[in-house]
Design a protein around this ligand. Structure first.
Ligand code: SIN
Length: 280
Protein backbone atom coordinates (compact mmCIF):
# COMPACT_ATOMS: atom_id res chain seq x y z
CA UNK A 1 0.00 0.00 0.00
CA UNK A 2 1.51 3.31 -1.06
CA UNK A 3 -1.02 5.78 0.39
CA UNK A 4 -0.84 8.10 -2.63
CA UNK A 5 -4.01 9.54 -4.12
CA UNK A 6 -4.11 9.97 -7.94
CA UNK A 7 -6.68 12.45 -9.33
CA UNK A 8 -6.97 12.85 -13.14
CA UNK A 9 -7.29 16.45 -14.38
CA UNK A 10 -8.60 15.85 -17.93
CA UNK A 11 -9.94 13.08 -20.16
CA UNK A 12 -6.76 12.94 -22.25
CA UNK A 13 -3.87 12.98 -19.79
CA UNK A 14 -2.55 14.45 -16.56
CA UNK A 15 -3.18 13.63 -12.89
CA UNK A 16 -2.45 15.26 -9.56
CA UNK A 17 -0.73 12.98 -7.07
CA UNK A 18 -1.44 13.76 -3.42
CA UNK A 19 -0.13 12.25 -0.21
CA UNK A 20 3.60 12.18 -0.84
CA UNK A 21 6.62 14.42 -0.16
CA UNK A 22 9.22 13.62 -2.81
CA UNK A 23 12.08 14.78 -0.59
CA UNK A 24 11.33 12.03 1.97
CA UNK A 25 12.87 8.56 1.64
CA UNK A 26 10.34 6.72 -0.57
CA UNK A 27 9.77 2.99 -0.18
CA UNK A 28 9.38 0.65 -3.16
CA UNK A 29 5.56 0.50 -2.92
CA UNK A 30 5.34 4.30 -3.17
CA UNK A 31 7.87 4.45 -6.04
CA UNK A 32 5.94 1.72 -7.90
CA UNK A 33 2.66 3.62 -7.45
CA UNK A 34 4.28 6.86 -8.72
CA UNK A 35 5.77 5.02 -11.68
CA UNK A 36 2.38 3.46 -12.48
CA UNK A 37 0.65 6.88 -12.32
CA UNK A 38 3.36 8.35 -14.58
CA UNK A 39 2.86 5.62 -17.23
CA UNK A 40 -0.95 5.76 -17.00
CA UNK A 41 -1.40 9.55 -16.97
CA UNK A 42 1.74 10.69 -18.90
CA UNK A 43 2.14 13.81 -16.77
CA UNK A 44 1.79 13.82 -13.00
CA UNK A 45 1.68 16.86 -10.72
CA UNK A 46 2.84 16.75 -7.10
CA UNK A 47 1.55 19.83 -5.20
CA UNK A 48 3.31 21.59 -2.30
CA UNK A 49 6.72 19.95 -2.62
CA UNK A 50 9.39 21.28 -0.26
CA UNK A 51 12.37 20.06 -2.27
CA UNK A 52 15.97 21.23 -2.19
CA UNK A 53 17.95 20.94 -5.45
CA UNK A 54 19.74 17.87 -4.03
CA UNK A 55 16.43 16.20 -3.12
CA UNK A 56 15.09 17.02 -6.60
CA UNK A 57 18.16 15.33 -8.16
CA UNK A 58 17.83 12.31 -5.85
CA UNK A 59 14.18 11.82 -6.84
CA UNK A 60 15.04 12.16 -10.55
CA UNK A 61 17.80 9.53 -10.22
CA UNK A 62 15.22 6.97 -9.06
CA UNK A 63 14.11 6.93 -12.75
CA UNK A 64 17.59 6.90 -14.33
CA UNK A 65 20.72 9.01 -14.81
CA UNK A 66 20.21 12.74 -15.24
CA UNK A 67 20.46 14.05 -18.83
CA UNK A 68 22.61 17.17 -19.10
CA UNK A 69 21.34 19.61 -21.73
CA UNK A 70 24.10 19.98 -24.34
CA UNK A 71 23.22 23.59 -25.16
CA UNK A 72 21.97 25.24 -21.96
CA UNK A 73 23.96 26.13 -18.84
CA UNK A 74 22.80 24.58 -15.60
CA UNK A 75 22.46 26.24 -12.21
CA UNK A 76 25.52 27.35 -10.32
CA UNK A 77 26.55 24.43 -8.07
CA UNK A 78 23.92 22.15 -9.70
CA UNK A 79 24.80 21.71 -13.40
CA UNK A 80 22.10 18.99 -13.67
CA UNK A 81 19.36 21.58 -13.02
CA UNK A 82 18.33 24.27 -15.52
CA UNK A 83 16.75 27.35 -14.01
CA UNK A 84 13.98 28.20 -16.47
CA UNK A 85 13.56 31.92 -15.97
CA UNK A 86 11.09 34.34 -17.48
CA UNK A 87 11.93 37.77 -16.10
CA UNK A 88 9.30 40.48 -15.46
CA UNK A 89 8.36 42.21 -18.70
CA UNK A 90 9.56 39.43 -21.01
CA UNK A 91 7.01 38.39 -23.60
CA UNK A 92 7.70 34.64 -23.79
CA UNK A 93 8.40 31.64 -21.63
CA UNK A 94 11.31 29.39 -22.52
CA UNK A 95 9.63 26.38 -24.12
CA UNK A 96 6.74 28.43 -25.42
CA UNK A 97 6.09 26.26 -28.49
CA UNK A 98 4.73 22.73 -28.72
CA UNK A 99 7.73 20.40 -28.42
CA UNK A 100 9.23 17.40 -26.68
CA UNK A 101 12.50 17.95 -24.85
CA UNK A 102 15.85 17.13 -26.47
CA UNK A 103 14.31 15.56 -29.58
CA UNK A 104 17.52 16.37 -31.46
CA UNK A 105 19.46 13.85 -29.31
CA UNK A 106 20.08 10.23 -30.42
CA UNK A 107 18.48 9.28 -27.12
CA UNK A 108 15.93 11.97 -26.19
CA UNK A 109 15.14 12.26 -22.47
CA UNK A 110 12.73 9.76 -20.88
CA UNK A 111 11.06 12.53 -18.94
CA UNK A 112 11.31 15.98 -17.43
CA UNK A 113 10.70 17.17 -13.86
CA UNK A 114 9.79 20.82 -13.47
CA UNK A 115 9.64 22.23 -9.94
CA UNK A 116 7.83 25.58 -9.73
CA UNK A 117 9.76 28.17 -7.67
CA UNK A 118 8.04 31.47 -8.45
CA UNK A 119 4.77 31.72 -10.36
CA UNK A 120 2.68 34.77 -11.38
CA UNK A 121 -0.71 35.17 -9.63
CA UNK A 122 -2.42 33.64 -12.70
CA UNK A 123 -1.56 32.84 -16.34
CA UNK A 124 1.60 31.20 -17.76
CA UNK A 125 0.02 27.72 -17.56
CA UNK A 126 1.60 24.76 -19.37
CA UNK A 127 -0.22 22.41 -21.75
CA UNK A 128 0.59 18.81 -22.66
CA UNK A 129 -0.71 16.60 -25.46
CA UNK A 130 -1.10 12.83 -25.51
CA UNK A 131 0.67 11.35 -28.56
CA UNK A 132 -0.82 7.86 -28.01
CA UNK A 133 -4.27 9.35 -28.61
CA UNK A 134 -2.92 11.26 -31.62
CA UNK A 135 -1.68 7.97 -33.11
CA UNK A 136 -4.87 6.05 -32.29
CA UNK A 137 -7.02 8.68 -34.03
CA UNK A 138 -5.18 8.40 -37.38
CA UNK A 139 -6.84 6.44 -40.19
CA UNK A 140 -5.49 2.95 -40.92
CA UNK A 141 -4.28 4.25 -44.30
CA UNK A 142 -2.22 7.07 -42.78
CA UNK A 143 -0.89 4.75 -40.06
CA UNK A 144 0.36 2.40 -42.81
CA UNK A 145 1.96 5.35 -44.69
CA UNK A 146 3.79 6.51 -41.56
CA UNK A 147 4.98 3.06 -40.47
CA UNK A 148 8.68 2.84 -41.39
CA UNK A 149 8.94 6.61 -42.07
CA UNK A 150 11.65 8.50 -40.18
CA UNK A 151 12.15 12.20 -39.51
CA UNK A 152 15.09 14.53 -38.88
CA UNK A 153 14.97 16.45 -35.57
CA UNK A 154 17.43 19.37 -35.35
CA UNK A 155 18.52 21.45 -32.35
CA UNK A 156 19.20 24.71 -34.21
CA UNK A 157 21.99 27.00 -33.04
CA UNK A 158 22.77 27.24 -29.30
CA UNK A 159 21.92 30.96 -29.36
CA UNK A 160 18.21 30.20 -29.79
CA UNK A 161 18.11 28.87 -26.22
CA UNK A 162 19.10 32.24 -24.72
CA UNK A 163 18.56 35.03 -27.25
CA UNK A 164 15.02 36.01 -26.13
CA UNK A 165 15.58 35.40 -22.39
CA UNK A 166 17.68 37.53 -20.05
CA UNK A 167 17.77 34.78 -17.43
CA UNK A 168 18.91 31.90 -19.69
CA UNK A 169 22.46 31.12 -20.81
CA UNK A 170 23.47 28.78 -23.61
CA UNK A 171 26.72 26.79 -23.88
CA UNK A 172 29.21 27.10 -26.74
CA UNK A 173 27.90 23.94 -28.44
CA UNK A 174 27.59 22.83 -32.05
CA UNK A 175 24.11 22.27 -33.48
CA UNK A 176 23.11 18.61 -33.57
CA UNK A 177 20.42 16.43 -35.11
CA UNK A 178 19.03 12.91 -34.96
CA UNK A 179 16.76 10.71 -37.06
CA UNK A 180 13.79 9.12 -35.30
CA UNK A 181 10.82 6.98 -36.38
CA UNK A 182 7.57 8.90 -36.89
CA UNK A 183 5.67 6.12 -35.12
CA UNK A 184 7.39 5.16 -31.87
CA UNK A 185 6.69 2.14 -29.69
CA UNK A 186 6.92 3.14 -26.05
CA UNK A 187 9.65 1.05 -24.40
CA UNK A 188 7.67 0.45 -21.19
CA UNK A 189 4.00 0.32 -22.21
CA UNK A 190 4.47 -1.20 -25.68
CA UNK A 191 1.91 1.29 -27.05
CA UNK A 192 2.45 3.17 -30.32
CA UNK A 193 2.48 6.96 -30.42
CA UNK A 194 2.82 9.67 -33.04
CA UNK A 195 6.39 10.75 -32.33
CA UNK A 196 6.34 14.26 -33.81
CA UNK A 197 8.02 17.34 -32.37
CA UNK A 198 6.47 20.56 -33.64
CA UNK A 199 9.54 22.63 -32.73
CA UNK A 200 12.53 20.44 -33.65
CA UNK A 201 11.31 18.18 -36.48
CA UNK A 202 12.46 19.68 -39.78
CA UNK A 203 11.73 17.10 -42.51
CA UNK A 204 11.15 13.44 -43.23
CA UNK A 205 14.31 11.42 -43.76
CA UNK A 206 15.03 11.09 -47.51
CA UNK A 207 12.78 14.06 -48.44
CA UNK A 208 13.34 17.79 -48.78
CA UNK A 209 11.86 20.28 -46.34
CA UNK A 210 9.48 21.48 -49.06
CA UNK A 211 8.28 17.94 -49.82
CA UNK A 212 7.86 17.18 -46.13
CA UNK A 213 6.00 20.34 -45.18
CA UNK A 214 2.35 19.47 -46.05
CA UNK A 215 2.23 16.12 -44.23
CA UNK A 216 4.37 17.40 -41.34
CA UNK A 217 2.04 20.37 -40.94
CA UNK A 218 -0.96 18.03 -40.89
CA UNK A 219 0.65 15.81 -38.25
CA UNK A 220 1.70 18.80 -36.10
CA UNK A 221 -1.84 20.22 -36.10
CA UNK A 222 -3.37 16.79 -35.54
CA UNK A 223 -1.05 16.05 -32.59
CA UNK A 224 -2.28 19.09 -30.64
CA UNK A 225 -6.03 18.70 -31.15
CA UNK A 226 -7.70 20.12 -28.00
CA UNK A 227 -9.24 16.76 -27.03
CA UNK A 228 -5.74 15.22 -26.76
CA UNK A 229 -4.51 17.91 -24.33
CA UNK A 230 -4.58 19.08 -20.74
CA UNK A 231 -3.74 22.47 -19.28
CA UNK A 232 -2.24 22.94 -15.82
CA UNK A 233 -2.38 26.00 -13.60
CA UNK A 234 0.85 26.22 -11.60
CA UNK A 235 1.38 27.06 -7.96
CA UNK A 236 4.81 27.55 -6.41
CA UNK A 237 5.94 24.21 -4.97
CA UNK A 238 4.26 21.97 -7.56
CA UNK A 239 6.54 19.48 -9.29
CA UNK A 240 5.39 18.19 -12.71
CA UNK A 241 6.91 15.01 -14.14
CA UNK A 242 6.06 14.17 -17.75
CA UNK A 243 6.79 11.25 -20.04
CA UNK A 244 8.75 12.88 -22.85
CA UNK A 245 8.46 9.72 -24.99
CA UNK A 246 4.73 10.09 -25.69
CA UNK A 247 3.83 13.76 -25.06
CA UNK A 248 4.54 17.27 -26.28
CA UNK A 249 4.17 20.37 -24.10
CA UNK A 250 3.89 24.13 -24.48
CA UNK A 251 4.58 26.78 -21.82
CA UNK A 252 1.92 29.35 -22.69
CA UNK A 253 3.13 32.96 -23.00
CA UNK A 254 -0.01 34.93 -22.14
CA UNK A 255 1.94 37.95 -20.87
CA UNK A 256 -0.09 40.96 -21.93
CA UNK A 257 1.10 44.38 -20.66
CA UNK A 258 -2.54 45.30 -19.98
CA UNK A 259 -2.33 42.92 -16.97
CA UNK A 260 0.64 44.32 -15.01
CA UNK A 261 0.17 41.94 -12.03
CA UNK A 262 0.99 39.11 -14.47
CA UNK A 263 3.31 40.94 -16.89
CA UNK A 264 5.56 42.25 -14.10
CA UNK A 265 5.79 38.92 -12.21
CA UNK A 266 8.73 36.55 -12.66
CA UNK A 267 8.22 32.87 -13.50
CA UNK A 268 11.01 30.56 -12.29
CA UNK A 269 11.22 26.78 -12.57
CA UNK A 270 13.90 24.19 -11.72
CA UNK A 271 14.11 21.64 -14.51
CA UNK A 272 15.74 18.20 -14.56
CA UNK A 273 15.57 15.73 -17.42
CA UNK A 274 16.17 11.97 -17.07
CA UNK A 275 18.11 10.07 -19.74
CA UNK A 276 16.08 8.08 -22.25
CA UNK A 277 16.76 5.49 -24.92
CA UNK A 278 16.91 5.40 -28.71
CA UNK A 279 13.34 5.58 -30.12
CA UNK A 280 12.19 2.54 -32.11
C1 SIN B 1 10.11 23.30 -20.84
O1 SIN B 1 9.69 23.33 -21.99
O2 SIN B 1 10.98 22.52 -20.49
C2 SIN B 1 9.55 24.27 -19.81
C3 SIN B 1 8.07 24.18 -19.70
C4 SIN B 1 7.49 25.22 -18.75
O3 SIN B 1 8.23 26.09 -18.27
O4 SIN B 1 6.30 25.16 -18.46
Amino acid sequence: MSGIDVRPISGALGAEVHGVQLGDPLDNATMDAIHRAFLDHLVVFFPEQRLTPDQHKNFARRFGPIYIHPMVEGMEGHPEIIRVVREPGERTNWGSKWHMDGGFAEKPPLGTMLHAQQIPPYGSDTMWTNLYLAYDALSDGLKRTLEGLKAVHASGAAARYESKYKGMKSKAAEASQAIHPVIRTHPETGRKCLFVNNDFMVRFDGMTEEESRPLMHYLFEHSIRPEFTCRFRWKAGTLAFWDNRCTQHNAISDYFPSRPELFDSPRIMHRITVEGDRPV
